[in-house]
Design a protein. Sequence first.
Length: 383
Amino acid sequence: MGYEEAFPPELREYYRKLFGDEAEEIMASLRTPVEKYYIRVNTLKTSRSKLMAILRKEGLKPKRSPYLREGIYFEREGPNFPDDYEPDLPAVRANKFASESVYQGAMLYAPGVLQADRRIKPGDEVEIRDPRGLLVGIGIARMGAKEMITSTRGLAVEVTLPKFKLPSLSELESFKEGLFYAQSLPSMVVAHVLEPREEDLIIDMAAAPGGKTSHIAQLMQNRGEIIAMDKSKNRLRKMEEELKRLGVKNVRLIRMDARKLPELGIHADKILLDAPCTALGIRPKLWESRTPKDIEATARYQRAFIWAAVKSLRKGGVLVYSTCTLSLEENEANVKYALSKGLKLEEQSIFIGSPGIGIENVQRFYPNRHLTQGFFIARFRKV
């Protein structure tokens, strides 16, 4: 299956209209994991040079980000086999989420298995395919076929040859000690563009799982106050655990739909709105099911958050709006909406992406140009 079939025809057409000749390159890049896999050093607990020494001892090859002093990255390995490779082994089919993990080097656990060739016994070499038949890796079965399907836990296949390989971090001692957070480069740029100060009252409107919130806390050296909101009890619980792991102490969690933010009657100095979006920039995408209709519906949904932010910002306050998507409607068109509501665009302190489509002073990250996730950032001031 080529990358063309991974995208619905109307989305491919949309990309070609928006990006012209570059559309094909963008889609091909989206299909693969990021070339440079970033983590953020948690400077509340350690320094970059100390963490790099620890990671080397843990068997990894960390490199320094040239852009951010708290950035470290690892280079992607692979592809480890060609696209037309047909190993002709008994097959295990995994769900989309598990397939995307295996594709970048994770093990396959029983809950991710959809089907398994009946002949498979522990110790057999097997091929792992996604629900649409794409080969994502090869490995050694650690369960028989029946057990793989029925078990709710345990290692089903030890992956020996994934399509690509990114480092596995969550088992590391340095991870458990909260010395870093896995976060993409554009996502790290966001907190810098916000320019948080310890005297600021800051609101993060769609905060879970807490990557940007904890980065803002780190830049404020755990001083000042951040109000972080999310409407999901489950996501907030996980975020609380994450903040504890990282040693973050200046965040107050509130469970609510951020569109109702004005009801709290707060006037913040700075607001971060990392808006819920179609996530069209996330990599890798074995396939995409969203269409231009989803883009339009999501852009409308986002405007309710933007309007709530405008009402909850003090005069002269700053709003940073970001998404992990590529569409015009959710990005530049929503910037125009924000400008019509009494905000003005400002330059960004760190600019390593590309200019926006038809708008200056906004920052776009393209997967093919910047070797990152697809991403968008705009900074406004309330006038």
